[in-house]
Design a protein around this ligand. Structure first.
Ligand SMILES: [Zn+2]
Length: 280
């Protein structure tokens, strides 16, 4: 997909010539549909206020927590979003961490406390990860949906799962602080604003953290707003990201994640010389 606007694209190894922002909505699934539509309505309001088009990257979970069944109405909604310039990406298959038990206290804290056991790809081996990716791609294909990227739930990818993602034919993936072009692995620093809404004290801390992060990263070439379906349910959280996003949209060009990955992808001629790519 070409980059919007008439400006020249950056070449690999150089910083982008201007600043960008990606807006990403996680956990798009039938069970979270109502929350998703509330966040989307607010995003439209912010874009209208600033007077810009705002393409969104929507992270889709085929069977959230193992619950199958996408209604035709929900699927039509996904198709409408994709047709109107937004992007769908695969975001795990169930979003549940069903991997082997944690082997250390730190691993237990990350998997059970930090992500509330939602890090589906945090502890899978390569074959298990590959099987879930095949399932996810089959689901997308069955419903005629394009999903060029893969973003792991909570960005937690075991090393083995990373290899499976690169081998599965996705064009990009992300961590909390990077967008990674695949299959080559070139990465772009892209810090994320993420809100925690699980309790009052987490919300309070995340407002302070995100305001501070937006200020510290105001010169970063690419900033990401990583929103969740519940982010429109708390007025203080909604106000905070809406204000920060409006500010960002006044100085930054919005991009889809797949367009951001293109900023660091080497041109075809260089790719042919790259030993990581040769022979694929
Ligand atoms: Zn998620």
């Amino acid at each position: 997909m070409p980059l919007p606007g008439k400006r020249r694209r950056s070449r690999v190894g150089m910083l982008p010539e201007r600043r960008y922002v990606c807006v990403v909505l996680h956990d798009v699934a039938p069970a979270r549909w109502a929350g998703c539509t509330r966040v989307l309505a607010q995003l439209r309001a912010v874009a209208r206020e600033v007077g810009v088009e705002l393409p969104l990257s929507l992270l889709v979970v085929p069977e959230m927590h193992g619950v199958p069944g996408a209604s035709s109405q929900y699927l039509r909604w996904l198709h409408r979003l994709a047709k109107s310039g937004h992007e769908l990406a695969l975001h795990g298959y169930t979003h549940s961490d069903e991997g082997p038990p944690p082997r250390s206290l730190v691993e237990r804290l990350v998997r059970e406390r930090y992500t509330a056991s939602e890090g589906e790809f945090s502890a899978l081996d390569e074959a298990q990860a590959a099987a879930r990716l095949v399932q996810g791609k089959a689901w997308a294909q069955q419903h005629g949906l394009q999903m060029p990227g893969f973003v792991a739930p909570a960005w937690l990818l075991s090393e083995a799962a990373s290899r499976a993602v690169a081998a599965a034919g996705f064009r990009y993936t992300c961590t909390l602080n990077k967008i990674i072009a695949l299959p080559g692995g070139q990465s772009l620093h892209a810090p994320s604003l993420v809100f925690s809404t699980r309790s009052g004290w987490r919300r309070g801390l995340s407002l302070i953290w995100n305001r501070n992060l937006a200020w510290r990263q105001r010169q970063a070439p690419l900033l990401r707003f990583e929103l969740h379906p519940q982010d429109a349910d708390h007025p203080d959280v909604l106000r905070c990201w809406s204000q920060l996003l409006a500010q960002a949209l006044r100085t930054r060009q919005p991009l889809l994640l797949q367009q951001a990955a293109e900023l660091v992808r080497p041109p075809a001629a260089e790719r042919a010389q790259d030993p990581r790519v040769r022979g694929r």
